[in-house]
Design a protein around this ligand. Structure first.
Ligand SMILES: Cc1cc2nc3c(=O)[nH]c(=O)nc-3n(C[C@H](O)[C@H](O)[C@H](O)COP(=O)(O)OP(=O)(O)OC[C@H]3O[C@@H](n4cnc5c(N)ncnc54)[C@H](O)[C@@H]3O)c2cc1C
Ligand SMILES: NC(=O)c1ccc[n+]([C@@H]2O[C@H](COP(=O)([O-])OP(=O)(O)OC[C@H]3O[C@@H](n4cnc5c(N)ncnc54)[C@H](O)[C@@H]3O)[C@@H](O)[C@H]2O)c1
Length: 475
């Protein structure tokens, strides 16, 4: 068997599978090595099941927020039906559909654990324990993703703590859930399980949720969680955990002297790269490290242009859609170099993942939903920009009042005063996640606000908030 391909990819998550597809579309050959399931973390233990768990609660709240429809809602969520619907999306880890798609796209799928084995070579330990070596004429692309980080708390390793995997794949609703962390995973999973009936306590080391978000978003999410019955304990860290062998209950001790009794503990304290066993040392890179890359996703700490890294592992924008975006731009760069050309380093070129830093959008499905794109006011100021921020309560928009009784939402626009363009935007409120793409277009297009003034939102939509924001700015 000829085991030489133009490009060999390790990891068939969102980044790896899209990269291989674009390589084949460019007329080159590609093999993808996958150790677990084609589709990666996103399909089975992250984005898809988490959103499947969250959607029923949001739908119920939506119906309850409109008089007339509210009266038709007579019951609560049915946890068994919610979990069954989640399972329909994840197929309980059965990746045959995605594997078929991969093969149908002309990509060779090699099942097993891949490791770099020197320049342009990948050694695969197959499920049966055999060894297969793949060679790459043009490039090796690493897209192994990340796994949950674990805080060093005595006893935690012995209680069978949940990570995001167990939190998205659980088969039953825990009566009492303690969540360690205050980021996106903590907030979304607290929302999901509280909606399904768990008594949830968040242990947040910091004084606020959602580091790096506009404060208005963090405050709205904290308010929403409290409304769902979640207890949030700010400035508190776990110091010890133990599971009672007889009752199976877990006791979590905290640094303020409290002891919480619960049924499960979810660790949601960030991610670490899956590079400890990736053969990085075979090319002189440290095992276990993140893989910094340039805008074409070429690994910068290595000479030559044969090693690339896309997706979470390069830490540029750890989101599924940005992994896929990097995959598209990186594949274009590899094809350009394979054709003997040098990809232009200018912004917004097809082979540069420039949007990662300045225009990445994120949608978080808490209640209320929050969404953002580009820079926060603080990040823009830290970057030395002369910015002005304008804010508006979406509640005051006519379309919002029609959308839901007591609609509550917030909008914040960050405008670069020197170029008079939008560089950041945050929305909170019902359907905020659907609203954010309007802002993404404005940020990526670098459309002057005087021109955006002519993009008139339809009446009576929530999007009329754009008009109100520009009026607040002074247009
Ligand atoms: C709970 C949760 C919810 C999330 N929700 C969202 C969301 O709503 N929207 C969003 O945009 N992002 C979300 N994310 C982030 C999203 O999951 C990641 O950004 C995305 O999965 C990254 O894709 P990737 O291709 O880099 O890696 P992954 O999806 O992690 O895929 C990597 C693949 O590589 C394989 N692999 C690793 N090492 C090897 C090896 N040595 N050999 C062979 N195969 C290997 C793995 O088995 C895996 O299949 C969420 C994350 C979590 C934890
Ligand atoms: N809807 C979405 O877009 C979505 C949803 C879920 C996850 N994700 C992705 O998954 C990634 C991981 O999410 P996450 O919530 O695990 O990470 P995160 O970085 O968003 O949040 C980590 C939290 O844990 C806290 N923390 C860190 N170390 C700690 C420690 N030792 N003890 C106590 N607290 C500690 C931090 O202060 C922070 O509040 C995110 O970067 C995001 O890109 C995205």
């Amino acid at each position: 068997m000829d085991d030489t391909y133009d490009v060999v990819v390790i990891g068939a998550g969102p980044g790896g599978e899209v990269l291989a597809d674009r390589i084949v579309r460019a007329g080159l050959t590609a093999a993808v090595v996958e150790a677990e399931a084609v589709g990666g973390e996103c399909s089975y233990w992250a984005c898809v099941p988490s959103k499947a768990l969250l959607r029923p609660g949001a739908a119920l709240e939506s119906a309850r927020s409109v008089a007339g429809a509210r009266e038709a809602v007579t019951g609560a969520l049915d946890p068994a039906a919610v979990l069954a619907r989640r399972d329909r999306f994840t197929a309980r880890g059965d990746d045959s559909g995605q594997a078929d798609w991969l093969r149908g796209a002309g990509i060779t799928l090699v099942r097993g654990h891949g490791r770099l084995a020197g320049e342009r070579r990948v050694a695969v330990t197959t499920a049966a324990g055999g060894l297969r070596t793949l060679s790459a004429r043009r490039a090796v692309v690493l897209s192994p993703g990340t796994e949950a980080a674990r805080p060093s708390v005595p006893g935690l390793d012995g209680i069978g703590a949940w990570t995001s995997r167990e939190a998205t794949a659980a088969e039953a609703v825990p009566a009492r859930l303690v969540v360690i962390g205050g980021g996106v995973v903590a907030c979304e999973m607290a929302t999901a399980w509280a909606s399904l009936g768990s008594a949830v306590t968040l242990l947040v080391r910091d004084q606020a949720l959602l580091n790096g978000w506009e404060p208005c978003a963090a405050e709205e999410v904290a308010r929403g969680l409290t409304g769902l019955g979640v207890t949030i304990r700010f400035g508190v860290s776990a110091t010890r955990a133990a599971r009672d062998a007889r009752t199976r209950a877990v006791t979590v001790e905290t640094d303020d002297g409290a002891a919480l009794v619960c049924d499960e503990v979810l660790l949601a304290v960030g991610r670490r790269p899956r590079t400890a066993d990736l053969g990085l040392d075979s090319v002189g890179l440290p095992a276990g490290s993140w893989l910094p890359v340039d805008d074409t996703c070429r690994v910068t700490s290595l000479d030559g242009d044969w090693l690339y890294a896309v997706g979470d592992v390069n830490r540029r924008a750890p989101l599924t859609h940005m992994a896929k975006y990097q995959a598209r731009t990186c594949a274009a760069a590899i094809a350009e170099r394979a054709a003997g050309r040098r990809p232009d380093t200018g912004r917004w070129q097809p082979w540069n993942a420039h949007a990662d830093g300045v225009a990445a959008a994120q949608a978080v499905f808490t209640r209320p939903e929050i969404a953002r794109v580009g820079l926060t006011e603080r990040a823009a100021r830290d970057a030395g920009m002369a910015v002005r921020a304008v804010e508006y309560r979406i509640d005051d928009v006519a379309g919002a009042a029609l959308h839901a009784d007591g609609y509550r939402g917030h909008a914040k626009l960050v405008i670069d005063e020197s170029r008079r363009v939008v560089v950041g935007c945050t929305f909170t409120g019902p359907a905020a996640t659907e609203l954010i793409h309007t802002a993404t277009v404005a940020v990526v297009g670098e459309v002057p606000i005087e021109r955006l003034w002519h993009a008139v939102p339809a009446f009576p939509t929530v999007s009329e908030v754009w008009l109100r924001l520009f009026e607040a700015y002074g247009l």
